[in-house]
Design a protein around this ligand. Structure first.
Ligand code: HAM
Length: 416
């Protein structure tokens, strides 16, 4: 029997890895502009960490975690909880009242795999700890939007506020009263959510449930004064920074730690996996996990697989990367032997160079050069060998010139 990767676990092949690296490089660049520093945490954490932060009654904790039950540990389903654990454990609040941190890496959720939904997936995460001001919420969203723009992806930003422990219970009670009258028309999952986590009924994707909650009360009409002022501040700060957004009163997010601002970046191009990223404020989480009181937090995560899929839809972006600066085509054994040390010297000089060792025809070697997106081809046949020369072909312009067969002449001719 052939051995295959597990369902929902994917190899990332060389044809795609360069797109991943481009996204990661862009992320490091943009995060750096906002003074975010990288942090790396272990993949395995105590199960309790996720149950206490993400919430016992969430889909993630109830059914999607990869847990080693006998050992009490879990492969992280997301990065925020682990990051806060590390933040508290190392007292990162002591020397910097505001910490801006980012994480790039794999996460694990036992979901039903489909396009854009995997069991091992990867996130780009950014978190700010220790800042309350609405300007920070807007800045975090503006940073996420800048990253998308720099990568070349167009999606829309949707935003909501989930209020705080002061105002949410009142809204929850109103929502429960509203749902009471519609219970018979809700799906089985929503009937269950009604008692565990009624706000989640609002973002059920099933058409029947969507129709039922269309006229549900909006949390935005039920915010306390502080939450309302905060949200108004976020909106005007986003406008100041020129970040476009729309309000979505149905957005509740799938993790329990959120309060106030929540947001998602949405696309119509990936079928049902429409969120390429999401995040929000989690002002109570540090305290809830045993850290100092009143350290607020806000952050987001993008799914890298979904960003890559969107880039691949734009055919031009997904074209093969230029792998080589020069392909050296030695025609025949003697020419190949003469080219061999030249290739090594060019590589020592910092260039990306390849040659063929299997005696293939010029046509076939030109094909290899083309496939690798090589900028130039150096051609050496019997005649050139005799005269100590080579032909240099510029693959973009198709121009050819004759030059001396040595490193300096080649480097000079290609301007490096
Ligand atoms: P999340 O919405 O669960 O939030 O995940 C963020 C993003 O990760 C999603 O929008 C999606 O692009 C990607 N993602 C999630 N699950 C999968 C999957 N099974 N396959 C592929 N991609 C997936 C969080 O994880 C929060 N920790 C975000 C956050 C950071 N909030 C505050 N700070």
């Amino acid at each position: 029997m052939k051995l295959k990767a597990l369902n929902g676990f994917k190899d990332i092949l060389p044809e795609d890895v360069w797109l991943w690296r481009r996204i990661e490089t862009e992320a490091r660049d943009v995060f750096g502009r906002f003074q975010f520093r990288e942090i790396r945490m272990p993949i395995l954490e105590k199960t309790e960490l996720f149950a206490r932060s993400i919430g016992e009654a969430t889909d993630i904790v109830e059914k999607e975690m990869y847990s080693f039950v006998d050992k009490g540990v879990t492969m992280r389903p997301e990065a925020t909880a682990s990051l806060i654990r590390a933040y508290i454990e190392h007292g990162l609040y002591i020397h910097r009242p505001v910490q801006k941190l980012f994480v790039i890496g794999p996460m694990f959720r036992h979901e039903r795999p489909q396009k854009g939904r995997l069991r091992q997936f990867h996130q780009l995460n950014a978190e700010v700890l220790g800042a309350h001001h609405p300007r920070v919420d807007a800045e975090v969203m503006a940073m996420a939007a800048m990253l998308l723009e720099n990568i070349g992806i167009e999606v829309r930003l949707e935003m909501n506020s989930l209020g705080c422990p002061e105002c949410r219970p009142t809204f929850r009670a109103k929502l429960i009263a509203f749902l009471d009258e519609r219970m018979d028309h809700l799906c089985d999952d929503c009937k269950r959510r009604y008692s565990t986590n009624p706000l989640r009924v609002l973002d059920c994707k099933k058409t029947g449930c969507r129709e039922q909650v269309e006229d549900a009360p909006s949390i935005l009409d039920n915010l306390c004064t502080e939450c309302d002022e905060h949200f108004t501040g976020v909106r005007s700060n986003l406008e100041q920074l020129g970040v476009k957004y729309s309000l979505n009163k149905f957005m509740v997010r799938g993790l329990d730690y959120y309060c106030r601002t929540t947001f998602e970046f949405i696309t119509n191009d990936l079928g049902s996996q429409s969120a390429v990223g999401g995040g929000g404020r989690y002002d109570g989480l540090v305290e809830q996990l045993g850290g100092p009181k009143k350290i607020p937090g806000i952050g987001f995560a993008f799914g890298i697989e979904r960003l890559v899929l969107l880039l691949q839809l734009k055919k031009k972006e997904a074209q093969n990367q230029q792998e080589l600066d020069i392909f050296v085509a030695g025609l025949g054994e003697e020419a190949a032997a003469a080219c061999y040390p030249l290739v090594h010297e060019l590589r020592k000089g910092g260039l990306r160079v390849a040659m063929d060792h299997e005696g293939r025809s010029l046509k076939s070697q030109m094909k290899q050069a083309n496939k690798a997106g090589s900028g130039f081809v150096v051609i050496v046949g019997d005649e050139e060998l005799k005269s100590g020369e080579a032909i240099l072909r510029n693959m973009a312009t198709q121009e050819q010139q004759t030059l001396q067969l040595n490193v300096d002449a080649v480097k000079k001719a290609i301007n490096c």
